[in-house]
Design a protein around this ligand. Structure first.
Ligand SMILES: Nc1nc2c(ncn2[C@@H]2O[C@H](COP(=O)(O)OP(=O)(O)OP(=O)(O)O)[C@@H](O)[C@H]2O)c(=O)[nH]1
Ligand SMILES: [Mg+2]
Length: 297
């Protein structure tokens, strides 16, 4: 059996989380149109047991935060989480949605150049790329000479995702399974629930508010067929609190409703979800707050 850890690395918003979900076939990581959606390393487990003579495989994917120039401690934590992953995995999937910046000028490309781990460059969003552009982008990554393979995919449409998995199988060695075949992640459900709430917030909010938002699960009680979850939404300013709650509480209600529906299908249970909004100024620069929100070192 081919087994190993695969890091998914790249700039913000290129489609790393969407790609991992597409490979696993289930939504593990939240994905939105806002850059810096992913803040932690998110693990998704892909298991393919073959009885047709093909290679069986289990790959543990590690979706990482988009690498960017950090402007606060949270950003530094996120970028370090991505960079550290490079050194801990058996293969790297480098996701891009455009041509590289001039050679070593591209900070992520130069980071990759310093690591021996076998890498695949994945040009995502080919559904939006005219063929000529794709060919040119493809050639530019090939010429960097850093990658075992270069492949174009559409994570959103699932195009070439199977081919990518086959390429990865070719880079991994034989080994024992790490997890049971039916397990898709080892994150606890309460973590995923907090992420789902954060995803709905990002989707409902524009502009500067989303980056300053965090979700903390304060209470989590499960009984057969139902769950009661209490979560606090932290934001950085009083004015942001007002925006999140919305006129007559409408925005928060909308967030709660769509988060609840998704958490219900995750847990297969009826969910009673209570949300509070609190202001915590500059939590993104506070070691203490980062740690308590799960963004600790
Ligand atoms: N058209 C198109 N859009 C895509 C594709 N893959 C992802 N997207 C969109 O790109 C946006 C970003 O996707 P994410 O998966 O959150 O990107 P990410 O790289 O994980 O972003 P961060 O976590 O912020 O670093 C979302 O709006 C996705 O729907 C694709 O293949 N085609
Ligand atoms: Mg992501």
């Amino acid at each position: 059996m081919k087994t190993g850890f695969v890091g998914i690395i790249g700039s913000p918003n290129v489609g790393k989380s969407t790609l991992m979900n597409s490979i696993i076939g289930e939504k593990i990581a939240i994905a939105t149109d806002k850059p810096q959606t992913t803040r932690n390393r998110i693990r998704g487990i892909f298991t393919d047991i073959r009885d047709d003579g093909g290679d069986s495989a289990q790959m543990v994917f590690i979706d990482t935060p988009g690498i960017h120039r950090p402007r606060n401690r949270l950003g530094a934590y996120m970028t370090a989480a991505a960079a550290d992953t490079l050194r801990e995995v058996d293969a790297v999937v480098f996701v891009v949605d455009r041509a590289p910046r001039e050679g070593a000028d591209d900070p992520v490309v130069s980071l990759l150049a310093g690591v021996d781990t076998p890498k695949i460059a994945v040009i995502n969003k080919i559904d939006t790329m005219p063929p000529d552009l794709f060919r040119s982008v493809f050639g530019q990554y090939e010429r960097l000479g850093l990658f075992r393979h270069v492949i174009g995919v559409s994570a959103l449409e699932g195009k070439n995702v199977g081919k990518l998995v086959d390429m990865l199988k070719g880079l991994l060695g034989e080994g024992p399974m790490f997890f049971p075949a039916d397990m898709v992640t080892d994150h606890p459900e309460r973590f995923i629930a907090a992420e789902i709430i954060r995803e709905k917030l990002l989707l409902y909010l524009d502009d500067e508010v989303p980056h300053g938002v965090a979700v903390s699960i304060e209470s989590y009680e499960e009984a057969p067929g139902r769950a009661r979850i209490g979560a606090v939404i932290y934001c950085e300013k009083k004015s942001h609190k007002g925006i999140i709650i919305g006129k007559g509480g409408r925005k928060l209600k909308g967030v709660g409703k769509s988060a609840r529906a998704e958490i219900e299908s995750l847990l297969g249970a009826k969910v009673y979800l209570e949300l509070w909004v609190k202001v915590s100024e500059r939590w993104r620069d506070s070691e203490f707050h980062l740690h308590s929100l799960g963004y600790g070192g």
